[in-house]
Ligand binder design. Structure first.
Ligand code: PEP
Ligand code: MG
Length: 880
């Protein structure tokens, strides 16, 4: 088996499309080398070695040693240096590289191959002993912490002591001799900490680093990251070994990280940061302040690379253009300049905010780099969520606390917490939290995920916090140097003000501002690139998209987001209003029909007005109104005051009401007296609602001249007679209202399919239904026998253990619930060709579920208003 693939110096055994085997980094290094970009030679140990390693009790395949040796020989010949040679030593970097980039794993060891002998060789070759000894101490430090597990503070203590002894503050003030002493101190400390001398044999160093990469694939942080991002453990990671190039050999050297377009906004400018005379880690570590690439982005006092290293910068601009033409996507690249010569160390499709993703897709299509179809496929529907959420109201009063970098856009407001664990536990209690850290590390991922926003006081636009927050869509302000954080007292201080843990702050990730207290927010604008992409998407989509809405506000939001109708108006939600709840309770608690009718008479005008409002807003678009489906317990009066109030309305006493409440209480309300069962037993309820619908529709028809077409929907049907009976009620009322008003309207009566029995006998139900709407919330509940209200206690464990791939209330269980949907669709259309089919459970806004709906041939999906754009885009992608 081939376990090792070389790249660079004319031997490119890999390609970009081999990322499964070579990992993202390795595949792209090979690709860059083969399109002629300057890549230092190296080799990639495949992800299959990682898998074999774990399958084989942590042992490597037998041929690996020889193949690694051959790979190393290729590097040696290419650069004319020898690994371990005391005069002309080859040094290498060792980096992990999974299919997708994964913070949380061992990342990088640089300068590997240095020891007490080769450091002298490096010193001679470079003519710079200080550089050689600095490199050596960096190597021991990195290898010591990453491979040998020594706490990095222990290294810092030794440097601090050295600086203290010499009476200097900056690392740069230390001389070759000083670093020499630091190295000696490091080695003693490592030996004491690990019980073994620091390895001097370069081969041992190399295998140690390779082992650390493979070992880190299963560490807890990597496991957490994989769980959060649905990355299977059996993908494995690759290891890349590459000849070192040095960005820290003097002022004609540099290293940097950049994006071919702005990853926050998507603007087509070269964007990034570099540092003169530095090694890769210095840029992300946030110790020195990185400088901008382009003159356009330089602030006073900053020295852009364009100015400091014009020649290398021009070369880099060419590389930028080549990479975009080649990959047809925005790239995130790492480079090093060694003595004015440019080297590329990495390229990958850059992580970006949702806004940038949209803009880049639209602009690349307009530039002709990709077509519109590709542009529509490029944007992750779920990420649109980020764009649809509010930003700070520019007119709102605010108290600025401090300002940092605008690392990830969006506004967030919440209580300050100082640790990831705290963020997670308080978020679980439903609190909005802002995670505040000096800087974040992969250990904080779970807290970043739980937080509404992230604030750091150190680090740049490519710091861990910034990159991860953008990927997650969390607003983030990074590097707010004016704020000091004290973990001990759990406070942050800026400009003389102190904020304690638990107090509220507001972040604006688009400007980098941090405010005291809550700042009001406003709705997003849905124009520009958003509108363009949505329009393209609409051109590809077959499924219609409707919204679940009952209030005028929801209906307006839904229309603004492009909903093509209302797929579910839950009338019981209209009954919670304080003005009405009394009458609703009265209706439920009434001992007989006349009591109910009295209460219903009070509700009728409210209901009629509700429908007038909805029909007006939806202006001729279809509106599906579901008749009452109350989980009874939510409406029963609680406590003496409420009981007394209902008693008075019904002309009885509190005790009688208490008895009635006990009588009505159900052991299992979700399977109780709800849905059409209510309409069957108390016909006056559905009759009143039907009257409100028809009277409302006629009023709007008269007012606007456009007659709405109400779609009346009967919930929780499990037998055909249930629909026969309730349909007849609706028809009777329609006839009566038409006779009374002299106006006749078109309308339809359909049913929800939300019980397995309904799905199984859908052919018979279809005889009396004008449409089906899949209520997949209840259908999931009843198919699994899993209570919607109680599943939260154990479902997470099921998902964690892989018993279920995802929460089935969020993403449709295609194998089980989906099978019932399929059966019902086929049987229903078997009876009535062209029977209109939709879905109105939560799944209607979930991209994976929408793909399924497309496959089954539903006519529309209906989801909450904010998810309408997500559904429009997902429906387009499903059709492509
Ligand atoms: C459903 O069950 O999927 C549905 C849409 O109805 P509700 O959530 O109101 O029960
Ligand atoms: Mg339901």
């Amino acid at each position: 088996t081939k376990w090792v693939y070389s790249f660079g110096a004319g031997r490119n055994e890999g390609r970009a499309d081999m990322r499964n085997l070579l990992g993202g980094k390795g595949a792209n290094l090979a690709e860059m080398a083969s399109i002629g970009l300057p890549v230092p030679p190296g080799f990639t140990i495949t992800t299959e070695v990682c898998t074999a390693f774990y399958d084989n009790n942590r042992n490597y395949p037998a041929e690996l040693t020889d193949q690694v040796k051959a790979g190393l020989t290729h590097i040696e010949q290419a650069v004319g240096l020898t690994f371990g040679d005391r005069h002309r030593p080859l040094l290498v970097s060792v980096r992990s590289g999974a299919r997708v980039s994964m913070p949380g794993m061992m990342d990088t060891v640089l300068n590997l191959g240095l020891n007490d002998a080769t450091v002298e060789g490096l010193s001679e070759m470079s003519g710079d002993p200080r550089f050689a000894w600095d490199s050596y101490r960096r190597f021991i430090q990195m290898y010591g912490s990453v491979v040998l597990g020594v706490d990095h503070h222990r290294f810092e203590e030794i440097i601090e002591a050295a600086k203290h002894d010499r009476g200097v503050v900056e690392d740069t003030a230390l001389t070759a001799q000083d670093w020499h002493r630091v190295v000696a101190g490091y080695k003693d400390m490592v030996a004491a900490e690990t019980g073994k001398p620091f390895p001097m044999d370069p081969a041992e160093q190399l295998w140690g680093a390779i082992g650390a990469v493979f070992g880190s694939w299963m560490n807890p942080r990597a496991n957490t990251y994989r769980r959060l991002h649905d990355i299977p453990a059996n993908w494995g990671t690759a290891v890349n070994v590459q000849a070192m190039v040095f960005g820290n050999m003097g002022n004609d050297c540099a290293t940097g990280v950049c994006f071919t377009r702005d990853p926050s906004t998507g603007e087509n400018v070269f964007y990034g940061e570099y540092l003169v005379n530095a090694q890769g880690e210095d840029v992300v570590a946030g110790i020195r302040t990185p400088q901008p690439m382009s003159q356009l982005r330089a602030k006073p006092g900053e020295v852009p690379m364009e100015e400091a290293m014009p020649q290398a910068y021009r070369e880099l601009l060419d590389v930028r253009a080549t990479l975009e033409r080649h990959y047809k996507d925005m790239q995130d690249i790492e480079f090093t300049v060694q003595r004015n010569k440019l080297y590329m160390l990495q390229t990958r499709n850059g992580k970006r905010t949702a806004a940038a993703s949209l803009r880049i897709a639209v602009e690349m299509a307009n530039e002709g780099l990709i077509d519109r179809r590709e542009a529509v496929l490029r944007v992750n529907p779920a990420s649109l969520d980020q764009l649809l959420h509010p930003t700070l109201d520019p007119k709102a009063h605010r108290t600025l606390l401090s300002k940092g970098l605008p690392a990830s856009p969006g506004a967030a407001c919440g209580i300050v917490v100082f640790s990831a664990d705290e963020a997670e536990s308080r978020a679980q209690k439903g609190e909005a939290v802002i995670l505040v850290r000096v800087e974040t590390s992969p250990e904080d991922i779970h807290g970043m995920h739980a937080a509404r926003g992230i604030l750091t006081t150190r680090g740049g636009m490519t710091s861990h916090a910034a990159v991860v927050a953008r990927g997650m869509g969390r607003p983030c302000v990074a590097g707010a140097g004016g704020i000091s954080v004290d973990y001990g007292t759990q406070t942050l201080t800026a400009g003389g003000r102190t904020v304690n843990a638990g107090e509220v702050i507001t972040l604006d990730g688009a400007t980098g501002e941090v405010f005291l207290g809550t700042v009001p927010m406003i709705e997003p604008k849905l124009s520009g690139d958003f509108a363009t992409l949505m329009q393209w998407a609409d051109g590809f989509r077959r499924l219609k998209v409707r919204a679940n809405a009952e209030t005028p506000l929801d209906a307006e939001t839904a229309r603004k987001f492009g909903a093509e109708g209302i797929g579910l108006c839950r009338t019981e939600h209209m009954f919670f209003d304080p003005e009405r709840i009394g009458a609703v309770r009265q209706m439920i608690m009434a001992a007989d029909e006349s009591g109910r009718r009295a209460a219903l008479a009070k509700l009728l005008p409210f209901q009629r007005q509700d429908f007038v409002d909805l029909f007006r807003i939806m202006a001729g678009l279809p509106v599906t109104i579901r008749l009452l489906d109350p989980p009874l317990h939510e409406f029963l009066p609680h406590g003496d005051a409420e009981l007394a109030e209902v008693a008075q309305a019904l002309g009885t006493d509190t005790e009688a009401m208490r008895r009635r409440a006990i009588e009505l209480a159900e052991a299992n309300p979700m399977l109780g007296h709800r849905g059409c069962r209510l309409g069957v037993t108390f016909p006056e309820i559905y009759e009143t609602q039907a009257r409100a619908i028809f009277e409302g529709a006629i009023a709007v028809a008269k007012e606007t001249g456009h007659a709405p077409v109400p779609e009346v929907m009967i919930p929780l049907v499990g037998t055909k007679p249930e629909l026969d009976i309730t349909r007849a009620q609706v028809e009777r009322v329609a006839k009566a209202v038409f006779a009374e008003t002299g106006v006749t309207l078109e309308y339809t009566v359909g049913t929800m399919i939300e019980l397995p029995r309904a799905a199984l006998i859908a052919d018979r139900i279809a005889e009396v239904a004008d449409f089906f709407s899949f209520g997949t919330n209840d259908l999931t509940q009843t198919t699994f026998g899993l209570s919607r209200d109680d599943a939260g206690k154990f479902l997470p464990t099921y998902v964690e253990q892989g018993i279920l791939p995802k929460d089935p209330f969020v993403s449709l269980d295609i194998d089980g619930v989906g099978a019932l949907v399929r059966i019902a669709a086929e049987k229903g259309r078997g009876t009535k060709k062209g029977l209109k089919l939709g879905i109105c459970g939560e799944h209607g806004g979930d991209p994976a579920s929408i793909f399924f709906c497309e496959e089954v041939g539903l006519d529309y999906v209906s989801c909450s208003p904010y998810r309408v754009p997500v559904a429009r885009l997902a429906a387009a992608q499903a059709a492509l």
